[in-house]
Design a protein around this ligand. Structure first.
Ligand SMILES: Cc1ncc(COP(=O)(O)O)c(C=O)c1O
Length: 357
């Protein structure tokens, strides 16, 4: 850090994204991306006249994209805020609604970025531990006075809570914001979006990076009451009015409207995930129940770090977290069927070498 960096950032500890090594070809299963290309409608939207229009500023209200998202989710465009990935939407949420006094509670094992934002924006936070079996301790959330941020399904574990449980939480926390991060909702989970018109304290966050196959397109959105969205827009127009590029808006609009393609891709991922989990179990792995496009698994006889390392040597990237409760686990994104058969083959070889199968 230079002497010029503002003192308010002296304690920064930046988020560490999954690496993108270039030393060889890898099967990349470390960032929960889609292994399938974006919808053909996206390719069409990115061709033609779009390049010529890049000389002009894009609509800072991003109406085309917000209308498309609103249409497919039966909401009004003024209930939608779009950002450069849901990471940026989260950054706007943290800045708009949380500070040293109005803090936020989230679980000890979840998306790393939540803690990172608290440190960046100097937000008070409370970590509520997941239960021993990694399920949510919702009673503990009912007793906190802070706003609530839950990933459902949870990032890292893939486990979920029901809409009934979320409604209970919304009722018992009506004076606080409840943000539900639905990054993985499309992998066959019920969404909280239909609850929005009933609970003015609810904010739902979604991304185009997973089920909509557009991780590099950087598109995410928050859906909430018009008043909450107005607050977020006021902040955006005080900071970065043109936060979404014309390319992202065009790609996102086409992807949002092609709901059949999302269904096709997620159905494939779910089928491959279930095949993969069965294969892992046959090899003696313990897998948490997954409702997402990844699996959180451990082998009782080999450490998480060793498995992560051996897979990397075999050209397969996964995610290992050197953190006390989860260091024996690996998070493995679900790729194509061929990718996952290759992972099972490599695991079988590792276990054979150790005389474990
Ligand atoms: C739970 C959760 N929320 C938000 C994000 C951010 O997604 P993006 O910024 O790509 O939209 C991720 C990314 O992996 C995630 O796992």
């Amino acid at each position: 850090m230079t002497k010029f960096l503002s003192r308010r950032y002296k304690d920064l500890s930046p988020y560490a994204p999954g690496p993108h090594p270039k030393d060889r070809e890898y099967i990349k299963l470390n960032q929960n991306e889609s292994p399938y290309p974006p919808s053909p409608a996206v390719k069409k939207a990115l061709s033609g006249k779009l390049a010529d229009s890049l000389c002009m500023y894009e609509d800072p209200f991003c109406m085309e994209l917000r209308e498309a998202i609103a249409k497919v989710n039966h909401l009004a465009p003024d209930q939608i805020f779009v950002g450069n990935g849901s990471d940026e939407v989260l950054a706007f949420l943290f800045q708009a609604f949380f500070d040293e006094e109005q803090g936020v509670a989230f679980t000890d094992i979840t998306y790393d970025f939540y803690q990172c934002y608290c440190r960046t924006f100097n937000v008070d936070y409370e970590l509520i531990p997941l239960k021993e079996d990694f399920s949510y301790d919702l009673d503990a959330f009912k007793h906190t006075e802070k706003s609530i941020l839950l990933a459902n399904p949870n990032a890292l574990t893939g486990m979920r809570i029901s809409l009934e449980e979320i409604e209970e939480l919304l009722k018992s926390s009506s004076d606080r914001l409840v943000i539900i991060d639905e990054a993985y909702v499309d992998f066959d989970n019920p969404s909280c979006l239909p609850l929005l018109n009933k609970y003015p304290n609810l904010i739902v966050l979604q991304t185009f990076s997973k089920s909509r196959c557009l991780a590099a397109g950087r598109i995410g959105f928050a859906a909430a009451s018009k008043e909450i969205i107005d607050d977020m827009r006021a902040l955006k127009f005080s900071f970065s009015p043109f936060n979404l590029s014309a390319l992202s808006i065009a790609a996102g609009t086409a992807a949002a409207l092609d709901t059949d393609y999302v269904k096709q891709c997620t159905a494939k991922t779910i089928a491959v995930r279930d095949m993969f989990i069965n294969g892992l179990k046959r090899l003696g792995f313990c897998c948490l129940e997954s409702h997402a496009n990844f699996v959180f698994a451990m082998h009782p006889c080999i450490s998480g770090e060793e498995l992560w390392h051996d897979l990397k040597e075999a050209g397969i990237l996964t995610r290992w977290y050197n953190e006390p409760r989860i260091k024996e686990y690996l998070r493995i994104s679900i790729g194509t069927e061929e990718d996952m058969q290759q992972v099972l083959k490599v695991f079988t070889e590792i276990l054979k070498k150790k005389g474990l199968c």
